[in-house]
Design a protein around this ligand. Structure first.
Ligand code: SF4
Length: 475
């Protein structure tokens, strides 16, 4: 039999993006290879998310589109994993009997076996576990990027935010041992990775499982000792557990980047209480003040939910006030929508869709205004950009290359002799609300990350040729 091909389609957060790298690694370890963009894969895996409203409509829409494809492609298999699979289990094969495998968030490693069993028994396989048996980082991984990598430090969450389905689907927090994390980071760096993002639902509570409340700050400092590791980021922090030792570790560890994405969710203490977010606006702003005092150039971004049940005009005005006071460099804003299975889904005080939409517009305008003001402070500054794939853009006839500054701002550059994974130093010439333009290139530094990117491409491009980005987004 010829080698079977696969395609993993991902919905949701960074955790899912990283899990999809593991699913790809598992399949490649089992002898599958990634399908080319123009070919029908033999196996399609949906790695689903249950956080957004209509997640199930989206999944069943996708499954419906695949039914005729499957009929005309004998032997094709479809697998559904991730949070929605953990939540809905066998319901998925009842609604879409052409699905071959359903697996959950705790047993990703079983995917190749389940596909095989479904093929041999010619019957759909549904397998979910209640709790994690093996920390998923022990699974083989096919990383999307050769110069940037996600590294899991924990999975699950001990909080009970009332809008969030994660604790019931991902379980209690499980922490990986620091030595294991650092070994993985060292191996990545040896392979050309320059930047790692430490990943957990609540990185600030890292260590709770093995009884060390200072473990996260220590982990950041230990990452600072790794030769060749240029950039360390993390997501997501939780204001409740954000202690000053972490701020000190961020400030005193040169390769920990001056950026912080810390979810606010609401600026109203009353709403935060209803959300069961156990910090208050004052504490949140206090953390930001201390981060800015220790790291003056830090760019701070956030998540905000608008229209949580019971949110009044006054609550919303308080959120706008915190957004202004915090001087965010950017924010992901969400309109609250019921997520079945969460405590908030049964709360009274639903805010009408019109009001939510109107508040959302007002918030977006304030966020944009604040972010633009913050971005303008960068004009004329010299930034160091790690060039990346997938974020380039086209300005007229110019195919810009792009990447992230140390503070995680998106920066578009003129085409220059830099590969994805290389580092460009350039001067900022224009600031927009959501990105910077740095057209005065000062230096291009080839890196091991650029070499690793080049080695991955079958026909390496000769050095000295301006590189267009493989996936350009419209301007
Ligand atoms: S901290 Fe809250 S929002 Fe984040 S994963 Fe845990 S329960 Fe969900």
């Amino acid at each position: 039999m010829s080698t079977r091909t696969y395609d993993v389609r991902t919905f949701g957060c960074q955790m899912n993006v990283h899990d999809s790298e593991r699913l790809a690694g598992l399949l490649e370890d089992a002898g599958y290879r990634k399908a080319t963009a123009d070919a029908t894969p033999d196996v399609v895996v949906f790695n689903t998310c249950a956080v957004r409203e209509n997640a199930d409509n989206r999944l069943y829409g996708n499954l419906g589109h695949l039914l005729p494809v499957k009929k005309s492609h004998p032997g094709m298999q479809i697998a559904v994993g991730g949070c929605l699979a953990q939540k809905d289990g066998a319901t998925i094969v009842e609604r879409a009997p052409w699905v071959d495998v359903v697996f959950g968030t705790h047993n990703m490693g079983a995917l190749p076996v389940l596909l095989e069993r479904a093929r041999i028994e010619d019957e759909s396989q549904v397998e979910l576990l209640e709790a994690l048996e093996v920390f998923p980082s022990t699974l083989p991984t096919r990383r999307e990027s050769p110069y940037r990598a996600w590294v899991s430090i924990s999975v699950g969450c001990n909080n009970t935010c009332t809008f969030c389905i994660v604790p019931s689907l991902r379980g209690k927090e499980r922490d990986r041992r620091p030595g294991e994390i650092l070994r993985e980071v060292e191996m990545l760096v040896a392979d050309g990775v320059l930047e790692v993002t430490l990943l957990g639902q609540n990185v600030n509570s890292y260590g709770v499982e093995f009884g060390d409340t200072r473990a996260f700050g220590k982990l950041l400092r230990a990452c600072g000792e790794i030769d060749g590791l240029e950039r360390v980021r993390f997501t997501s922090p939780h204001p409740r557990d954000f202690t000053d030792d972490v701020i000190e570790a961020m400030a005193e560890t040169p390769n920990v980047m001056p950026s912080l994405h810390m979810p606010l969710q609401s600026g109203s203490d009353r709403v935060l209480k209803a959300m069961r977010r156990s910090y208050r606006a004052g504490k949140y702003l206090g953390i930001i003040d201390r981060v800015r005092a220790a790291i003056p150039d830090a760019a701070i971004t956030t998540d905000v939910i608008v229209g949580f049940p019971g949110e009044t005009d006054d609550d919303f005005a308080q959120t706008l006030g915190v957004v202004q006071a915090a001087r965010f460099a950017g924010a992901f804003t969400f309109q609250y929508s019921k997520r079945p299975g969460t405590p908030a889904a049964d709360m009274v005080g639903e805010v009408s869709a019109d009001v939510v939409a109107e508040r959302y517009q007002r918030l977006a305008a304030v966020v944009e205004d604040v972010a633009w003001t913050e971005n303008k402070t960068q004009l004329g500054r010299t930034v160091e950009v790690l060039v990346s794939e997938g974020e380039g853009r086209k300005d007229g006839a110019t195919h810009r290359i792009s990447g992230r500054a140390r503070d995680n701002r998106l920066v578009h550059l003129v085409p220059c002799d830099a590969r994805p994974g290389d580092v460009v130093t350039a001067s900022v010439t224009y600031a927009a609300p959501h990105h910077l333009v740095a057209d005065e290139v000062v230096a291009v530094r080839p890196t091991g990350g650029g070499d690793a990117w080049q080695a991955r491409h079958e026909t390496p491009l000769p050095r000295g040729v301006p590189l267009g980005m493989p996936a350009l987004r419209p301007a």
